[in-house]
Design a protein around this ligand. Structure first.
Ligand code: PLP
Length: 441
């Protein structure tokens, strides 16, 4: 295998032509770019021939590693028949078959699949579904209750339910006011409580918001593990209580499992393991094993039925994208789901190995908190463990760790002072141990 263009020219073109997502371009242009050209298993190789462990699953989505023969073949087979044909008012075979499989593995009660192509669009659709669900019934319930620091993506609807002071400030003119409540952050509990003795007192603020806004609220949206906000898992029992509260207040529940879905936290879906079926579930990232862009918004039949009616009733969900239900992406997603079954059997041992590999860090003077939800890990670095004094964002302390890790052959991408470790689920115990040895150093 040969590079199509020499490494020096590729790097020069990267600096000259590309504008990278979520990237401080001034800083980026001051450094030599990392340009990846191939992958094998859970490792990636750059154009200079250096190999790296993919310690964040290529932004939280890779499941089985790179160049998986079954996934490669699924794309090749589908390519021999059809790459794409629209889902607007007609169908295609892999999209239908995938919908059937998704409903088979999803939390019981979810019955309908609406496709799109990224986590943000899965959320965008969920929000529109929830608002139109009430609109179609003649009710003006159009606000969405969200949680502080939750991240749902960067399209307008997704920003509107989780406006981030850093990411979204310039666009506030596009974003309607939506109420928000604090996300439970046990390490820095604002109520000064400790789990489980707290009895989940933090849910009181949710109850108050539901009481206050009930007549205007279409839905509550939540991430079961706050991802981009800091890798913070919900305390056990929280989501179930939230489900009961939303039901009691006649408000829909949207669970955003874009990051947690497809085995990330050790079970197919966090909400199913928590005994919860939301009204609407958002899926993306791991859905294709990390191969192609695809997302799905799942809804219950009760939600779906509200969109049925004669044309003059105008109950249709007028939302779609040109590539909705792409045949290649659906085919690889189907193959991914087939591989997921046996993979799930191996996860408990690997999750335990991650826990063991993190254990020595609990004594590190810079480590304030280690949070693990299956294959999702956040290591919060602090200046002072006793006082839990955070590092200023400008210090870019997480980046300092990421640079050193990269030099040692491990790719990680931090969130401020939180070092994120999220390897592919197919990583072996030995690979997990090697990656964590680098991270500890
Ligand atoms: N929702 C959650 C929970 C996420 O973690 C992300 C991305 O990290 C998104 C939505 C947005 O997904 P995408 O980047 O595919 O638009």
């Amino acid at each position: 295998m040969e590079l199509p263009v020499d490494p020096a020219r590729l790097k020069a073109w990267d600096h000259q032509y590309l504008w990278h997502p979520f990237t401080d371009m001034q800083q980026y242009l001051a450094e030599e770019p990392l340009v990846i050209w191939r992958g094998e298993g859970i490792r990636l190789q750059d154009v200079d021939g250096r190999w790296y462990y993919d310690g964040v699953s290529s932004i939280w989505l890779n499941v089985h590693g790179h160049r998986v023969p079954e996934l490669d073949r699924a794309i090749e087979r589908q390519l021999a028949r059809l790459a794409h044909s629209t889902l607007l008012g007609q169908s295609n075979v892999p999209a239908v078959m995938l919908a059937e499989r998704l409903i088979a593995v999803a939390p019981a009660g979810l019955q309908r699949v609406f496709y799109s192509d990224s986590g943000a669009t899965a959320v965008e659709i969920a929000v529109k579904m929830a608002i139109q669900y009430w609109y179609n019934q003649g009710m003006a319930k159009s606000k969405i209750l969200g949680f502080t620091r939750n991240y749902h993506g960067d399209t307008v609807g997704a920003m509107a339910v989780a406006p981030d002071p850093l990411f979204h400030r310039p666009f506030l003119s596009l974003l309607p006011e939506n109420p928000r409540v604090p996300y439970p952050y046990c390490y820095r509990c604002p109520l000064g409580e400790t789990y489980p003795g707290c009895g989940l007192k933090c849910l009181d603020s949710v109850e108050s918001a539901l009481d206050q806004y009930q007549d205007e609220l279409a839905a509550v949206i939540i991430e079961p593990v706050e991802g981009a906000g800091g890798m913070i898992p919900l305390p056990p029992g929280y989501l179930k209580r939230l489900r009961e509260m939303t039901r009691a207040h006649d408000v829909l529940l949207i669970v955003d499992e874009v990051a947690t879905g497809f085995g990330r936290t050790g079970s197919w879906f966090y909400c199913a393991a928590a005994g919860v079926t939301p009204d609407i579930l958002c899926l993306a990232k791991g859905i294709t094993g990390g191969y192609l862009p695809l997302a799905a918004t799942l809804a219950t039949e009760a939600v779906f039925r509200v969109f049925l009616g004669p044309p003059e009733a105008k109950k249709t969900l007028f939302h779609g994208h040109s590539y909705t239900g792409n045949a290649l992406a659906s085919a690889v997603a189907l193959a991914n789901l087939e591989l997921m079954g046996p993979l799930m059997e191996t996860l408990a041992e690997k999750i335990a190995a991650i826990g063991q590999g993190l254990e020595p860090l609990t004594d590190d003077p810079w480590v304030g908190d280690i949070r693990q939800a299956g294959f999702m890990v956040g290591i919060e670095l602090v200046q002072d463990r006793q006082q839990k004094t955070p590092f200023a964002w400008e210090r870019q302390i997480g980046w300092a760790v990421a640079r050193r890790a990269r030099a040692a052959g491990l790719l990680v991408r931090p969130l401020g002072s939180i070092v994120v470790f999220m390897p592919p689920l197919a990583s072996t115990v030995e690979e997990i141990q090697e990656m964590l040895a680098i991270l500890r150093r």
